[in-house]
Design a binder for this molecule. Sequence first.
Ligand code: FA5
Length: 343
Amino acid sequence: MKNEIDNIYNQAISVIEKITNGEALEALRVEYMGRKQGKLTLLMKNIPDLSIAEKREIGPLINKVKNALTIAFDKKEKTLGQITNSENSFFDITLPGEKFNIGTLHPITQVRLQVEKIFQKMGFEILNPNEIDDDYHVFTSLNLPPQHPARDMWDTFWTENDLIPITHTSSMQNRAMKEKTPPFGVIVPGRCFRHEATDAHHEHTFYQVEGLYIGENINLSHLIGTILTFLQEYFQKELRYKIQPSYFPFVEPGLEFLVSCVMCDGKGEKDKIPCSTCGHSGWLELIPCGLTHPKVIEMAGLDPKKYSGFAWGMGLDRLVMLKYGIEDIRHFHAGDLRFLKQF
Ligand code: FA5
């Protein structure tokens, strides 16, 4: 029996060495070590018939052979696996590469960067607003004391501790005047929040770009010149403009800056179809603005007899919509890649 065990071991080892694929190896494993009919298993079934002395010799020998074969099979299996992997890892440099989807800047971000560049060229500095601010900066410092009825013009969100997700970027006016020495110009691009029933032109979350210039002897011509220069540079078009009275407690006079419609060139219609962008009027109400109210200047610690200024607050989303002919503001935050991939 000892010889038989040696033979089985030697045969198995020599065949394992020659094997070249996993299937043949598995078949061989069953042939020698299979639980029912394996050659080694069958030998083990004879052990109960042996004498005690033989049992002591044969039992450990079979176990030793069994362990040695298990190791040989496992080793061969690993070797075959490595060969297969290296065959699979053949790299064909002629195949087209994997396509990576690289994101792009959101259209609002793209336009914000353009707007910032234009105003920087005109000497304006960029200030970032606090997205959550206090009552003083959002309202009181802008000549809107508590209980002022004009506060109703803003559908404001409040936090539980009486702070405000800013309703407009005018919230930085007081800080800018306190921090800077006139003459200075700043723009404040930022995200605003209002309790709005959303529609094609209104979102609860949108963007504004505030502008503030403070110096001496500032008048409406400075305001008009600045805004017109910006709009012509932004739309790359000669635009006609008109201004009409408006009301904001932090400017006096308060104005609405209108430009000839960029979609229909101020004609009110395009190809004989009424222009829906300007409501057939040929004019776009684009930028609320005005000369800074003396009280606002005074509240920032500056002398309103010496200093004057102008300010505006334009909707950035509106500028993007007009530039690219986007009909509904709600596309911006819908997360629809079909929309976003166009920019
Ligand atoms: C203001 O917020 C003033 N702070 C602007 C201002 C600044 C006036 C400085 C004078 C001097 P108004 O609420 O009109 O004004 O908003 C300004 C612009 O923000 C609007 O013309 C519009 O383009 C945009 N806007 C306002 N509400 C929304 C909204 N819910 N969704 C999208 N855009 C909005």
